[in-house]
Design a binder for this molecule. Sequence first.
Ligand code: ATP
Length: 199
Amino acid sequence: MHLKSLTLRGFKSFASATTLKFEPGITCVVGPNGSGKSNVVDALSWVMGEQGAKNLRGGKMDDVIFAGTSKRQALGRAEVALTIDNTDGAIPVDYTEVTISRTLFRTGGSEYAVNGAPARLLDIQELLNDSGLGKEMHVIVGQGRLDAILHADPIERRSFIEEAAGVLKHRRRKDKAVRKLTGLQTNLDRLSDLRTELN
Ligand code: ATP
């Protein structure tokens, strides 16, 4: 699995449709200060379902919509589409290529889609969590976060590595199963009490 391309339209400083193509391996985005490098990383987080405006370096969510310049009017919507190569089936769908898109309208309302079909945020999160990508997977390390990781104690560092390695989804599933088992045990205890009372 690797990221194939990212298209931004009306997202932050990218007013016109702009597509970045990624090849397998390392990609570097270079440019002068303020040219939009971090906006590209914000777009990646955003399309994968980021809900916190602060994590996108804004005050409110519609700050991601192109706000206009002296030469160009503000836009009414921001759109980002991320295409992922899925030939190894890391994302559990029957497509060798998966395109996730997110649109936000200034009038309110937002839309997600997977390969053009409308989807819910939850669908996107579940798809990505299974692949090891996704919001809480530490696959995106912001400028300030690097220091936190370098200075983390061994226990915190282990949890970063476990999350990036995809252990987190199994821990979540285990916690869910344990919660269900606890609920089941409570019901069994209750049943046993009732049987004793009836006998
Ligand atoms: P540095 O190297 O200093 O970290 P950078 O290349 O990462 O810079 P970004 O932070 O990605 O730059 O981009 C900042 C630019 O994006 C600023 O010029 C800012 O005005 C512009 N920008 C951010 N949000 C919007 C928006 N909603 N509409 C228009 N422009 C925006």
